[in-house]
Design a protein around this ligand. Structure first.
Ligand SMILES: *[C@@H]1O[C@H](CO)[C@@H](O)[C@H](O)[C@H]1NC(C)=O
Ligand SMILES: *[C@@H]1O[C@H](CO)[C@@H](O)[C@H](O)[C@H]1NC(C)=O
Ligand SMILES: *[C@@H]1O[C@H](CO)[C@@H](O)[C@H](O)[C@H]1NC(C)=O
Ligand SMILES: *[C@@H]1O[C@H](CO)[C@@H](O)[C@H](O)[C@H]1NC(C)=O
Ligand SMILES: *[C@@H]1O[C@H](CO)[C@@H](O)[C@H](O)[C@H]1NC(C)=O
Ligand SMILES: *[C@@H]1O[C@H](CO)[C@@H](O)[C@H](O)[C@H]1NC(C)=O
Ligand SMILES: *[C@@H]1O[C@H](CO)[C@@H](O)[C@H](O)[C@H]1NC(C)=O
Ligand SMILES: *[C@@H]1O[C@H](CO)[C@@H](O)[C@H](O)[C@H]1NC(C)=O
Ligand SMILES: *[C@@H]1O[C@H](CO)[C@@H](O)[C@H](O)[C@H]1NC(C)=O
Length: 498
């Protein structure tokens, strides 16, 4: 009896920790409604260069799935509304879709979600009636091959599923959708799949600029909006809209379903009437969004709750119909240059300085690690420099000249400087997401010689793309591995005692 209890306890602890360790993530939507985009192979390179680790696509295009094989990028793939009828009618259709569209590329291509249908409430055909049966059939197909725990099944929604979103505590689903929403929510709760929602404060502002302040929509507000029913304070519209959804779920007694934001963003350009669609506003919105989310701050109704978001969109898409803004949601132009800079680590925008070469007294500068950043950030930047950054880190290995002092900051300083010197000694090459600092004194000591400017200029042209990419994932993975190991040992220990 006691053994069983301990076993259950250990296992549930393990799950709690695994869930806890992941943290909120920020991904990007890779829409392809355009005729001038780079090939998927090029896109896979671009995505990795910018340290984007999570990508949503709207179909299961073979070229795209192949391009992301062995990249470590996690993909959310989609089933378009036009395919729902077939998938809802026969299990065999879902089985063969999985067999032909997903299994040949999995697990080389990491697929973690399948969105069955998109914004069905906005769909002119009868997609709403087909979506839940299609979800069941896709899940059954996954179960048959044992992948239902690794690949989650859900469906995306527009905020139009709600009939009320203000104040947030009055959030409620539109009862005309109840016929398919009720079974869908039961499906999500049962399978621990998230409720997926697309959130666009931009439209709320554009459509009623007199009622919504731009600052509130851009996460820049200094004033608070108070929900009169709960007393909760809202400083941005994003949180208010998410909480409206949480309250709508709670009203139907679905308290365990997580929310995931499968699209949000801000356009960088619009028609003359769309004055808020500017690169500055787009940069502000997305920068603040990333900071807000990465912080795991949650929302006023669910403080500390993990919330994954996907930014819409990777590219400007020239074939999208509608107002000018519709074709200008991208972070990148089709030629792969940035529309504006965005730091996926949430520490702020990395600007490419116009006049980047700061020179010390005799023209030599070095780059070392800042003592002001967390150990975790330092470690991930060090891992990045010695890994993707291509720095030769042998000098900081045990018994080598720069191993002592055996501290993170000393090792990181050596690696940062080598990267900096190898990459043109520009400001961006010493950025490391804020962990690098330029100095004009040679940090070399004893037999540990730091590289100087000019030692190596072979990679001088390749700094911009990497400046903001000090990666957090190696250390997250390490934490994960460590935690799993620790718990496994605890678990085995408990079995022994019993
Ligand atoms: C939509 O689907 C429902 C349930 O399958 C069916 O009763 C209804 O007739 C369909 N409506 C249309 C317009 O096809
Ligand atoms: C609820 O949905 C129906 C059907 O889509 C729509 O006609 C109606 O306007 C919606 N009600 C509200 C309050 O949004
Ligand atoms: C804006 O607010 C006014 C008064 O507060 C209200 O009458 C109006 O319906 C609102 N407009 C929109 C588009 O929400
Ligand atoms: C991040 O979290 C801290 C503590 O929870 C909070 O004080 C800070 O305002 C948050 N930052 C953002 C940008 O939300
Ligand atoms: C860059 O800085 C150098 C040295 O400070 C200065 O001479 C030069 O004019 C600057 N160039 C630009 C484009 O600002
Ligand atoms: C000038 O730079 C060299 C490396 O190129 C360095 O060894 C020397 O100490 C520097 N001199 C001064 C005065 O900083
Ligand atoms: C640490 O922060 C302080 C105050 O913000 C600053 O003066 C100092 O230069 C920073 N040190 C480093 C090494 O970045
Ligand atoms: C310069 O750096 C590259 C890697 O960026 C390395 O392959 C090459 O050997 C280095 N050359 C010298 C002379 O250090
Ligand atoms: C730039 O960096 C990327 C990614 O690390 C690499 O694949 C590419 O070869 C580099 N290009 C140059 C010119 O060094």
């Amino acid at each position: 009896m006691a053994t069983v209890f301990k076993l259950i306890f250990a296992v549930s602890m393990l799950f709690t920790l695994l869930v806890f360790c992941r943290g909120s993530i920020v991904g990007v939507c890779y829409g392809r409604n355009a005729d001038d985009l780079p090939t998927p192979d090029k896109v896979a390179e671009l995505v990795q260069q910018h340290n984007i680790k999570y990508l949503r696509i709207y179909d299961s295009n073979i070229q795209v799935l192949k391009a992301f094989a062995n990249t470590g990028v996690e993909l959310m793939v989609g089933i378009p509304n036009s395919d729902l009828l077939a998938l809802s009618q026969f299990q065999s259709n879902a089985d063969s879709w999985l067999k032909n569209s997903i299994l040949p590329y999995y697990p080389a291509t990491k697929i973690t979600y399948i969105t069955v249908g998109a914004e069905v409430t906005e769909s002119p055909n009868n997609a709403s009636a087909q979506v839940v049966p299609a979800m069941h059939n896709v899940l059954t197909a996954l179960k048959k091959v044992g992948l239902h725990r690794r690949i989650k099944v859900s469906s995306t929604h527009s905020l139009g599923v709600l009939s009320r979103s203000y104040p947030p505590s009055a959030g409620a689903f539109n009862s005309s959708h109840a016929f398919f929403l009720k079974p869908m929510l039961e499906f999500l709760a049962e399978n621990q799949s998230p409720f997926m929602i697309n959130i666009y404060p931009y439209y709320a502002y554009r459509d009623s600029p007199n009622n919504v302040s731009l600052d509130y929509a851009l996460f820049e507000s200094s004033s608070e909006v108070i929900d009169p029913n709960t007393g909760l304070l809202y400083t941005n519209m994003f949180d208010a809209q998410i909480d409206a959804l949480y309250f709508a779920l709670m009203a139907l007694n679905f308290r365990t379903i997580n929310v995931m934001v499968t699209e949000t963003g801000w356009p960088s350009k619009g028609s003359p009437k769309e004055k808020a669609a500017t690169p500055d506003n787009a940069q502000t919105y997305n920068t603040n969004l990333i900071r807000h989310v990465i912080n795991n701050s949650g929302t006023p109704a669910k403080p500390g709750e993990e919330l994954d978001v996907y930014i819409f969109s990777l590219f400007n898409e020239n074939r999208k119909p509608g107002l000018e803004s519709e074709r200008n949601w991208g972070l990148f132009y089709p030629d792969q240059t940035s529309v504006y800079n965005l730091d996926f680590k949430g520490r702020g925008v990395v600007d490419v300085p116009k006049n980047s070469t700061f020179t010390g007294f005799n023209g030599t500068t070095w780059c070392i690690a800042s003592s002001n950043v967390s150990q975790l950030d330092l470690q991930s930047a060090l891992d990045w420099a010695c890994g993707p950054g291509n720095v030769d880190c042998s000098a900081i290995q045990p018994s080598q000249p720069c191993f002592e002092p055996d501290t993170l900051i000393s090792h990181a300083s050596y690696a940062f400087n080598s990267y900096y010197q190898q990459n043109g000694a520009s400001d961006v090459a010493c950025s490391f997401g804020g962990a690098g600092v330029k100095v004009d004194k040679d940090p070399s000591y004893d037999n540990c010689l730091y590289m100087t400017t000019g030692t190596n200029k072979t990679a001088a042209s390749n700094t911009t793309a990497m400046a903001s990419t000090s990666s957090s994932s190696p250390s997250q993975i390490e934490v994960f591995v460590w935690a799993s190991r620790f718990l496994l040992m605890t678990f085995l220990g408990l079995l022994n005692i019993a």
